[in-house]
Design a protein around this ligand. Structure first.
Ligand SMILES: *Cc1c(COP(=O)(O)O)cnc(C)c1O
Length: 483
């Protein structure tokens, strides 16, 4: 250790002295003396570590007490916030599975609060004064929007697929094209789901080409159904061939077995009407002859996490009677939110304003560019001496496996670290950490030595700007301050 390092260490303020500085009074008022004392110890330890490691230029380092107090404030606010908390998604992926996918409209949030804070008629018919079915709150709306005869809803689309397979194909065979044996993020793999649902997967055709004759050969006395799976997160290009859905439907009819189509995202509107790339709707899938269609509630539909199952009445009745339905059912808050979101679809002309996911997906590049221009000076000021900021054009992704090969023209800010006293990699990590340590963490994406903030999903511009004053760019902030 150099003499200037030991000198610094020897002159660090004590916990007691920091506690007695006027600037901690407000912190003690807000968080209590015990928490503040713990945070001071934590920040001091961190600071000692930084000095010993030689990671800061001691001559140029800002006032020690300043640094420590700023870190104490950051530690306290991080510890005080719940484990699950809001973040600002500036990754450029609109439906980001790790960041909670769709965010709900006001109407849905109000509906959740209403049923959560009171008793409700969840499974009770107020008209008849007797037990009811929780699906009745959604079934009519879903049938109207999809043209299905019947519908039911479970916890998510993975559950929907399992329940359908387990009901209609337990102990029997299900042929699926080799081109559709997908893995969706988070351990949803068609072969594994099949096995756990108690069915035998029969692989049909090849990865790039599957023909009707392949399916014909695969059908035998043990075949329970044919299944189509949306290849949500990849595209197969080049010398490819797949069987038209109507041909599969005819084949199923000949053999008196159902055709099940797992759509994955499942939008309820024609996305081309909103200048977005085409995505098959459940309505189309049913028209093309599917007997059962499954899709997610929190992808393009823009609602809460849920799995929607629509199709033939007799099959839906079997699905509802499966004891697994009881284990996979939705809770009342989900039902309330989903019903509120579906109500917005009754007025498609307003949907672009009323449904946050569609609003984010259809934001025009010039609108986002204008926002980047408004923000650039605020960020430049907040990052003075640490980084330079430029407005850029970039590409957003829809996310959640929807339309994987299509991107949306967007705009954002590129933040390039300028500090030279620490390595470029460390400077970039410090920067990204500072944004993640904000009260409402800002999540961007790292690209080519810079931090990119894609502004497509930035709704609340004011609170984003206000938070910038809290950015803690001090060098010795441990990225792992989380409790
Ligand atoms: C996303 C997806 C699922 C899983 O849906 P969750 O709602 O996340 O459970 C299943 N199948 C396909 C094709 C998907 O895209």
């Amino acid at each position: 250790m150099t003499s200037s390092q030991s000198n610094r260490l020897a002159h660090l303020p004590s916990v007691d002295r920091i506690l007695r500085t006027e600037r901690t009074y407000d912190l003690i008022e807000a968080y209590g003396r015990t928490e503040v004392t713990k945070a001071i110890r934590n920040a001091l330890e961190e600071h000692r570590h930084t000095i010993r490691s030689g990671a800061i230029n001691l001559e140029a380092a800002p006032d020690t007490l300043d640094v420590i107090l700023r870190n104490v404030t950051t530690i306290l606010s991080i510890h005080a916030r719940p484990s699950l908390h809001p973040v600002i998604n500036l990754t450029g992926t609109v439906l980001h599975t790790n960041l909670g996918r769709a965010f709900l409209p006001e109407e849905a949030i109000k509906a959740v609060i209403d049923v959560a804070s009171s008793a409700s008629n969840l499974e009770y018919s107020t008209a008849e004064g007797q037990r009811g079915d929780r699906d009745t709150h959604l079934e009519g709306q879903i049938c109207q929007l999809t043209g299905a005869e019947a519908a039911t809803v479970v916890n998510n689309n993975a559950a929907a697929v399992m329940l359908v397979l387990n009901t209609l194909a337990l102990g029997r065979e299900v042929p699926v094209s080799r081109g559709e044996l997908v893995e969706i993020g988070g351990a949803f793999r068609i072969p594994d789901i099949m096995a756990r649902s108690g069915c035998t997967l029969i692989e049909v055709g090849t990865t790039n080409r599957t023909h009707l004759a392949d399916f014909e050969r695969a059908i035998g006395p043990d075949t329970a159904m044919l299944m189509k799976v949306h290849t949500s997160n990849y595209v197969i290009e080049g010398f490819t061939s797949k069987v038209p859905e109507s041909d599969l439907a005819n084949l199923c009819q000949t053999h008196a077995i159902p055709l099940v189509n797992d759509l994955g995202s499942g939008t309820l509107v024609n996305l081309e009407d909103y200048d977005l790339p085409h995505e098959q709707t459940p309505m189309d899938a049913l028209k093309n002859g599917a007997d059962i269609v499954t899709f997610s509630g929190d992808k393009l539909l823009g609602g809460p996490q849920a799995g929607l199952i629509v199709g033939r009445k007799s099959l839906i009745a079997q699905i509802k009677a499966n004891p697994m339905k009881r284990a996979l059912r939705c809770d009342k808050m989900t039902i309330a939110a989903l019903a509120a979101v579906l109500r917005l679809y009754a007025n498609p002309d307003r949907l672009q304003e009323s449904l946050p996911v569609l609003r984010a997906l259809t934001r025009q590049p010039d609108d986002i560019q204008a926002q980047a221009q408004r923000l650039i000076s605020h960020l430049t000021n907040a990052l003075q001496g640490f980084a330079e900021v430029t407005a850029i054009e970039c590409e957003s992704q829809i996310g959640s496996g929807a339309l994987p090969s299509k991107t949306l023209a967007s705009a954002g800010l590129r933040i390039r670290p300028t500090r030279s006293d620490i390595g470029a990699g460390t400077a970039l990590q410090n920067l990204a950490t500072a944004f993640r340590n904000l009260d409402k963490p800002v999540i961007g994406r790292i690209n080519d030595g810079t931090l990119i903030l894609d502004l497509r999903c930035l709704d609340d511009e004011m609170s984003f700007i206000e938070q910038l004053a809290q950015l803690n760019l001090s060098p010795d902030l441990n990225p792992d301050l989380r409790p």
